[in-house]
Design a protein around this ligand. Structure first.
Ligand code: KG4
Ligand code: ZN
Length: 331
């Protein structure tokens, strides 16, 4: 099936043409980052307006790059949630219009489900597997038994991992989005320079907590103002090391508890070079089969939405034209 997929849950307007939920013929992402960077974070009202401005062009580009006309498209998948309501509605309205205009089946997809399954666009993974979804809004550990079969093992009790990166970056004067900036600075810093806490590391749950870590960084720079200047590389590396250690050890515990030795790490924070290294080392030492999508497929994109979208449409699951945005939608 040749699917057109749309994604507009946050600050990227994206469209993709994907064959059989596996082969990406095109994946176009129009980022709004530079607009939101001025405000230090995503401004929902601006995000909706920017999606409106870009969406037609992005869809046209996706079709052009795939070398197909709309007449060849056999189904439409769109991110239904979670995300910003106004932003989601732009993608949903366009998806509905295209599906209705051409009498195509339509399906609404969970954004996190897209992240978890993005890896299938590069290599198949056998079920069951453990999945760590780490993004701006999520830090979740799942047991995945099949497409549509997810069990939450643990989640953040406060900030998501990406949110922690972005908030810490902001408080040490780095531009939005902070994850990339911290990753870059940390590359030449000492991860052992500052001993930041590892929240909930040994509490026996699979939950995460990152807000205390953010406070610890704030307290540290309050006492040592030079940490934001000459010491910024060490500060970034030490904070990043704390996040990566907690994410890796909790994931390791979930693998030990379930006995499932296959792991997928997904979402924007999975672009982080230290996290990729830490997960690779853990997997290597413990005989775990690790799959992390390439960075372009970890960040928000529409191709990942086509993976579950194709599965649902080919299994007779489709949405009606009353499809509405679900800003909060646990998997
Ligand atoms: O999945 P994503 O693109 O959007 C959401 O669904 O939220 O994730 C965005 C998050 C942001 O918080 C961003 O700072 C973080 O992913 N991120 C990173 C890196 N690249 C993106 N965090 C750490 N290191 C990176 N290299
Ligand atoms: Zn995302």
């Amino acid at each position: 099936m040749l699917l057109l997929a749309l994604e507009s849950s946050c600050d990227e307007t994206a469209a993709a043409v994907v064959k059989d939920g596996r082969t990406v013929l095109s994946s176009i992402v129009a980022s709004q980052i530079s607009v939101h960077a001025e405000y230090g974070g995503v401004v929902p009202e601006i995000a909706s307006r920017k999606h409106l401005e870009s969406v037609s062009f992005v869809v046209e580009q996706a079709l052009a790059e795939a070398g197909v006309g709309l007449d060849r498209i056999e189904g439409v998948a769109v991110t239904q949630g979670p995300g910003l309501a106004g932003a989601l509605l732009v993608g949903i309205s366009v998806a509905k219009g295209l599906a209705f205009g051409r009498s195509l089946p339509l399906v609404g997809v969970n954004h996190i489900e897209g992240h978890l399954l993005a890896v299938f666009l590069e290599a198949p993974v056998q079920f069951p597997f453990i999945a760590l979804a780490v993004s701006g809004g999520h830090s979740h550990l799942y047991r995945v038994d099949g497409i549509g079969r997810y069990r939450t093992l643990g989640q953040t009790v406060d900030d998501a991992a990406g949110e922690a990166f972005d908030k810490v970056a902001k408080l040490i004067g780095l531009p939005y989005p902070g994850g990339v900036a911290i990753d870059r600075l940390a590359a030449s810093g000492d991860p052992k320079a500052i001993k930041f806490p590892r929240p909930l590391l040994n509490d026996g749950s699979f939950n995460f907590s990152f807000s205390g870590l953010k406070t610890a960084v704030l307290t540290h720079v309050g006492k040592h103002p030079e940490a934001k200047d000459a010491g910024i590389n060490d500060l970034a590396a030490s904070f990043q090391a704390a996040v990566c250690e907690v994410l890796t050890k909790k994931t390791a515990a979930a693998i030990a508890a379930t006995g499932i030795k296959r792991l997928v790490v997904a979402g924007g924070v999975a672009c982080n070079s230290a996290l990729r290294r830490s997960m690779a080392q853990f997997a290597d030492e413990n005989g775990v089969e690790l799959s992390i999508p390439s960075p372009a497929l970890c960040a928000d994109n529409a191709a990942m939405i086509a993976v579950p979208g194709d599965y649902y449409l080919t299994h007779g699951v489709q949405s009606g034209f009353d499809l509405d945005a679900l800003p909060v939608w646990p998997l």
